[in-house]
Design a protein around this ligand. Structure first.
Ligand SMILES: Nc1ncnc2c1ncn2[C@@H]1O[C@H](COP(=O)(O)OP(=O)(O)O)[C@@H](O)[C@H]1O
Ligand SMILES: [Mg+2]
Length: 270
């Protein structure tokens, strides 16, 4: 990209990625261009343009119903789009078939609900994808699973079933399961919203660790502390549009749009 201007995020379109920690330009990892989608009469994604650089952490904020989940799902092709393009690491998202399965495996996704397989152990939940999709041997997948479970702090639970774990532990397993596929990008859609408050931080800590290690992350969250601490940029969505793109510092201290000011006023006064 010739038009990368380190330190100068484009606040209207989001097409300029944030510089890396040494101030250098980043290669694009996720490129979303001119994306539109309707649900019936509802124009849920309106000409979305956003580039996320390699190793960049983008937090997506916005009121309920603004299209944040739909955007995440479109990046993973869980939702189709009507126009525009989405590419991951230089490859356009295929419509269907084997290429789509491969590309999906490059994009890890962690949702609000944990979605672990209830009849499989924690270790089996983590080894399943690598064995089926990545064609790893059972032994190799198992060794990797144990290392990942250790990393997210639930190694003692490896032989238990999901229902025996707390919500925070299950969500950390969901993160380990995604990481086991070796994703290039991780999408998080309100990963802590369904958790009891005392379990939020243990999940956010794992996410902060991932961010520090250089994972490319797109995170929909209402956790402003995480946004301030870990985000390179904040993307503010409202009514199907990207309204504002800024650094967390800029966004939280001097939001530009009336919509963002209104949103921050509502969430920060409590
Ligand atoms: N499958 C669907 N069919 C119809 N409308 C939908 C569907 N999914 C989401 N919507 C609508 O699209 C809008 C955006 O939803 P969503 O992307 O979930 O927003 P957010 O995640 O920002 O809360 C909402 O008005 C929602 O009701
Ligand atoms: Mg949502």
């Amino acid at each position: 990209m010739d038009d990368v201007n380190p330190g100068q995020a484009d606040r209207t379109t989001g097409e300029t990625v944030a510089p890396d920690r040494t101030g250098g330009a980043r290669e694009p990892m996720v490129v979303i261009e001119g994306v539109n989608k309707h649900f019936g009469d509802l124009h849920v994604l309106q000409d979305i343009n956003l580039t996320v650089g390699k190793g960049e952490v983008v937090v997506v904020l916005g009121p309920s119903g603004s299209g944040k989940s739909t955007l995440c799902r479109a990046i993973n092709r869980l939702e189709t789009i009507e126009s525009g393009t989405i590419s991951i690491d230089g490859k356009a998202l295929p419509e269907e078939g084997k290429a789509l399965a491969q590309l999906r495996a490059d994009v890890g996704m962690v949702f609000q609900s944990f979605n672990l397989f209830s009849h499989k152990t924690i270790r089996e939940n983590v080894t399943l994808g690598p064995i089926k999709v990545r064609k790893k041997s059972k032994a190799e997948a198992s060794t990797q699973a144990d290392a990942l479970l250790e990393r997210v702090g639930v190694s003692a639970q490896a032989d238990k079933y999901p229902a025996q774990l707390s919500g925070g532990q299950q969500q950390r397993v969901a993160i380990a399961r995604s990481l086991a596929m070796g994703p290039k990008v991780m999408l998080f859609d309100e990963p802590t919203s369904a958790l009891d408050p005392e379990m939020v931080n243990e999940v956010l800590d794992v996410m902060v660790g991932l961010a520090k290690e250089g994972m490319t992350m797109i995170v929909v969250t209402h956790e402003m502390g995480f946004a301030r601490k870990a985000a390179d940029r904040v993307v503010f969505m409202a009514d199907g549009q990207v309204v504002e793109v800024a650094t967390p510092e800029e966004f939280f201290t001097a939001p530009k749009s009336a919509r963002a000011k209104d949103f921050l006023g509502k969430i920060l006064t409590h």
